[in-house]
Design a protein around this ligand. Sequence first.
Ligand code: PEP
Length: 270
Amino acid sequence: MTCTATFSGKAGRPVYFGTNTKMYKTIAQTSDFLTELDRLTAGLSRERLTLFVIPSFTALERARRCAPPERILLGAQNMGWADEGQFTGEISPLMLREVGVQVVEIGHSERRHVLGETDWMENQKVRCALRHAFTPLLCIGETAEQKEMGLSDEVLRTQLKAGLQGVTAAEAARLWVAYEPVWAIGTAGVPASPDYAEEKHRVIRQCLTEQFGAVGGAIPLLYGGSVNRENAVQLIPRPNIDGLFIGRSAWEAERFAQIIRDCLAVLSAV
Ligand code: PEP
């Protein structure tokens, strides 16, 4: 079914829905996914709605041709922090710019906890993304162990302060942040309850406001971690949740479009 509804946003604030396809989907699969997603969502007003998809690097060029930039923003899952150099296996901001990338995902929990990236590295990447006029999507979140020890808020604050070191308020206006508790992500993940997610988003909002003033308070905050059709409609109306960053439940276009439709219906009713 094609979406045609118009939507007025969350009390005037924009709303965001996106997915990172991780190390799934070939070029052909990404192309089919994006073509179908665009067909299903093209009728939605983008006045206060932002959709984005973050496919694998090899699929980016074809993805750009399937997803009109004014309807579906295209993201990269990672980026090196130098324009060029002896960094085997890294990808340069210039290369991402060349294929039409708009958003750069930085610090996904798998980059941090499986591949060993540090807050210092995420900070280099955020600053590089800003220099190159991308929208950095900084992902933060505590592990299960940190949560059990009652350290969640400290961890979030540290990741924000370290990851955004040296970023000016003017630059912060171009930033997005995703709260993705490590224990909530992936097949072994347990989704955060809407109350818990809202509470952590409130902490993040407060920390960003302390760092950047009013600009910080307006930074879009997205929740990610085992979002599905059932919990999406409970998460999205929460005051500090501006959007949903979805993995597995968004990798089939009809399912993703259905979640978007459900959420917009809920928001239109509040
Ligand atoms: C993710 O890895 O960023 C994610 C949110 O995945 P999932 O929704 O599958 O838990």
